[in-house]
Ligand binder design. Structure first.
Ligand SMILES: Cc1cc2nc3c(=O)[nH]c(=O)nc-3n(C[C@H](O)[C@H](O)[C@H](O)COP(=O)(O)O)c2cc1C
Length: 326
């Protein structure tokens, strides 16, 4: 599948990481992304060479109530040589109940969401609200670890700007048994905008012995270099950058770039096989809009995608977009 050599001066030190007993092929990770990081997207990222990819956040309450929609999110493929699920909730016992479900047996790593800023999550005491409840946050990690799970946490700097808790909380979470910390180096109040705080990530890195992954604002290979250099982190986690251009993984790893047309067609076809043609056409619109973001003629191509109802119509748009632009 790979065709062209990636040409850039990326200097990031690519290395394997140990997460408890697990080991990743490299330190270029892809984030949990609600509405996007489904089995097909993760399959794409793993085949491009990502070291670790996460499911989108899944509610432990939803899982234990047996919701079918929630369980849909747990689909995986063989490309996932390490399977990582991200869970959110606020009750340590429900977390433990959830990870004991047979549907979760296949997951090697349980990531706890301590960063989600969305009001319906935060106001429920979940996601980034846990940053304000270190005892509870610690209890969740501790109980999961005692249940025999390899646990990681994805968190933010804090809730309000200037009120950073990540370093203190990170130390406690390590003590409770977390084997990896990812820092989205922005405050909850900043959602997804603003310059990430590299220095705070460096403080976290220096405060713990487990690997620390930097997340926030990595859209190019040089962003990854800068993040690694300024934060001293053990690796990077790509989020919106990977959604728009998953081949950013290759640019950072300095591996051959994929044929974009083939890659996007394969991504779409996996969704078709799973959901059926008609449903896939609707479901894939938002991902396709991201793929088309920086493509010449994007406006017209997006209009075509938004009325496409067959596999052929999609394939035609992909062919038009990615043969024109190669
Ligand atoms: C559409 C979307 C969905 C997201 N879903 C999740 C999620 O399920 N769990 C999570 O921890 N973070 C989630 N995030 C946050 C990202 O994982 C990441 O922390 C954030 O986008 C910052 O990285 P970036 O600046 O490189 O995009 C989401 C972000 C976006 C844009």
């Amino acid at each position: 599948m790979p065709t062209k050599r990636s040409s850039n001066n990326c200097t990031m030190n690519i290395k394997s990481l140990a997460i408890g007993r697990l080991s990743t092929k490299n330190n270029v990770f892809v984030a949990p992304l609600a509405g996007f990081s489904d089995f097909a997207f993760r399959n794409i990222c793993y085949t491009l060479g990502a070291g670790l990819c996460f499911t989108e956040m899944v509610s432990v309450k939803g899982l234990t109530y047996g919701g079918q929609g929630t369980k849909e999110l747990l689909k995986t493929t063989d490309a996932e040589y390490v399977k990582a699920v991200q869970l959110f909730g606020d009750d340590p016992d429900i977390f433990v109940k959830a990870v004991k479900l047979t549907e979760l047996d296949k997951f090697d790593l349980i990531d706890v969401n301590m960063g989600c800023p969305v009001p319906k999550v935060f106001n429920n005491g979940e996601g980034s609200a846990l940053l304000l409840k270190p005892d509870l946050a610690e209890a969740i990690v501790s109980k999961l670890a005692k249940a025999g799970k390899t646990v990681s946490v994805k968190m933010r700097l804090g809730v309000e700007r200037g009120q950073n808790v990540a370093v203190e909380l990170g130390k406690r979470l390590e003590g409770a048994g977390a084997k990896l910390l990812t820092l989205h180096a922005r405050a909850k109040c900043d959602y997804y905008s603003g310059e990430p705080d590299y220095a705070e990530c460096e403080r976290l890195k220096n405060a713990v012995k487990i690997p620390v992954i930097f997340n926030g604002g990595i859209f190019t290979a040089s962003d990854a270099d800068m993040a690694m250099e300024k934060s001293g982190a053990d690796g990077v986690m790509l989020a919106r950058g990977a959604l728009r251009t998953p081949w950013l993984i290759n640019e950072i790893l300095k591996t051959p770039l994929p044929d974009k047309r083939e890659l996007i067609t394969r991504h779409f076809d996996m969704i078709c096989d799973d959901r059926g043609e008609r449903a896939a056409c609707t479901y894939f619109r938002k991902q396709m809009a991201l793929y088309l973001k920086n493509v010449r003629g994007a406006k017209k191509l997006k209009e075509k995608v938004f009325v496409a109802l067959t596999k052929k119509e999609y394939h035609d748009v992909i062919d038009e977009a990615f043969s024109l632009n190669e």
